[in-house]
Design a protein around this ligand. Structure first.
Ligand code: ADP
Ligand code: MG
Length: 474
């Protein structure tokens, strides 16, 4: 009131970034309080959805998770928020599926018998809607590169020909945000969309996270409906269990899963499982289950490479219909390296900002808009890190940072790295020299003045150095 639109937006933006910073701190606190495993299992997927007056809204992807977090951590969350920001008095924890996803119930058969997807609104009321398959997670939307091509190929194969020997079970594993869930959903979509199997009858697919499996199993025991539970689980043609690591330490549930698994595989049904580690590295897993999980195909989603991150950004920017300069994509791909979800989140935020303010995306606006994300990635910059980034940037071997080679192609990047080391770290010239293959401090000095000189007259190099500095520093 009384504000014009732009003032309101700006005020909101400032608040939002403050809240984001406070939220990051609260998450950090929680993580230390409850421990890594507990945090990863229950709290990692919390997102800050908004603030209204004295209330903060936190979203979780499933009702099960939101119930759990509310009952176990609700009070603690309120207290932490209030401590961070005295204006906040309440925290509302809610379940939301992916935005505007037309949910498919866990048995997808019914969905496909109706005319083509997306399925109807009425399914939203279905309590099983939380097992929704995200319609954005298709094979077409999955960007393939060296680190994930094998897993992708295996997933495609299973979608095209479920239960083929050698691919059952399919075990997908890899770190957080590398595309395991995406591939599983893509298999489900593909299977449901094609009616090639079962003599024209659509394949029925059940997808659930391991935690959901556990929850339903426990609920079944409690209500003495384990028989129904077992039958239900044994009826689909394809059973997919996501994030199997959740079952570790839950012996009864593991046992039940093991029996379900055997029952399905024995009658030629397809199983797809994902986890954060390979079967042999999942310590605490029942040995019989481990062995059986290794019978089929085990496919690893490796950490993304710079090239793959660039391809992903390009694909997503194209999809969003927004022009993002190459330098900005490079910057993001260098800064946000571990998790595609975060990379996507950063890009989404840029897109939203560009649309909201009608500003073009530049390196400056990127830094501004992503300030908190970039800061969260920040650590103290080390010489090794500078060497690594610079080598990666100029596509030379890391070893050449210390080698005696004098060819310009390696000498120039090495000088840039020395220059940045001097500028960014607190290290002395002799210390820096030592880290670059025991060079003398005068060599470092020479490198610094040479690079300063070049920056003054070579705009392209100046930009490279500036970009590198931002990547390392911000
Ligand atoms: P995980 O289950 O391994 O933790 P997800 O499958 O949930 O990871 O992926 C996280 C996000 O990143 C999703 O939005 C997904 O669409 C996206 N993503 C991951 N890998 C790719 C890829 N290769 N191409 C396109 N999007 C990807
Ligand atoms: Mg996942």
């Amino acid at each position: 009131m009384g504000h014009d639109a732009s003032t309101t937006m700006e005020t909101e933006l400032v608040d939002t970034s403050q809240l984001a910073t406070q939220w990051a701190r609260i998450r950090g606190r929680l993580q230390t309080e409850v421990g890594e495993v507990e945090y990863r299992n229950w709290l990692r997927q919390m997102t800050l959805a908004g603030a209204d007056g004295d209330e903060i809204t936190v979203h979780l992807p499933t009702r099960f998770l939101s119930d759990w977090v509310r009952s176990r951590y609700g009070e603690r969350l309120s207290a932490l928020w209030h401590a961070e920001n005295p204006a906040i008095r309440r925290v509302d924890i809610r379940a939301v599926g992916p935005a505007s996803s037309p949910p498919l119930a866990e048995s997808l058969t019914s969905a496909i018998e109706r005319p083509a997807s997306p399925p109807r609104i009425e399914e939203r009321a279905d309590p099983r809607a939380e097992l929704a398959i995200d319609p954005r997670f298709t094979f077409e939307a999955f960007v393939v590169g060296k680190p994930n091509e094998f897993a992708y190929a295996c997933a495609r194969r299973v979608a095209e020909q479920p239960s083929s020997p050698g691919f059952n079970p399919l075990f997908l594993y890899g770190g957080v945000g590398l595309g395991k869930t995406h591939l599983m959903h893509a298999i489900a979509w593909e299977l449901v969309a094609s009616k090639r199997f079962n003599g024209g009858r659509p394949v029925s697919v059940a997808y659930m996270s391991a935690e959901k499996f556990m929850y339903r199993f426990i609920a079944a025991i409690r209500s003495q409906q384990t028989m129904q539970f077992k039958e239900q689980l044994r009826s689909p043609d394809v059973l997919m269990i996501d994030d199997l690591q959740f079952l570790i330490g839950k012996d009864n549930t593991q046992e039940e899963f093991f029996h379900t698994f055997n029952a399905l595989v024995d009658v030629g049904k397809q199983i797809v499982v994902s986890a954060d580690k390979s079967p042999s590295d999942l310590s605490g897993l029942d040995d019989r289950l481990r062995t059986r999980l290794g019978y089929g195909m085990v496919a690893d989603l490796h950490a993304t490479t710079f090239e793959l991150r660039i391809s992903i950004l390009e694909a997503k920017a194209a999809r969003a219909g927004i022009a993002v300069p190459g330098k900005v994509m490079e910057f993001l791909a260098h800064k946000i390296t571990t998790n595609v979800r975060e990379l996507e989140g950063a890009l989404n935020r840029l897109v939203a900002h560009a649309n909201l303010f009608g500003r073009t995306v530049t390196l400056e606006t990127t830094q501004e808009v992503l300030h908190d994300i970039l800061k969260a990635q920040d650590r103290r910059v080390t010489i090794e890190e500078i060497q690594r980034k610079v080598a990666e940037y100029f596509k030379i071997r890391l070893a050449d940072m210390s080698s005696a080679r004098r060819a310009r192609a390696v000498a120039r990047p090495r000088q840039v790295a020395m220059y940045l080391a001097k500028q960014i770290t607190q290290r002395s010239l002799p210390e820096i020299g030592r880290r670059f293959g025991n060079r003398d401090h005068t060599t470092v000095m020479h490198a610094c003045s040479r690079v300063s000189e070049l920056i003054a007259r070579d705009a392209a190099l100046a930009e490279d150095v500036e970009l590198l500095r931002r990547m390392l520093e911000s």
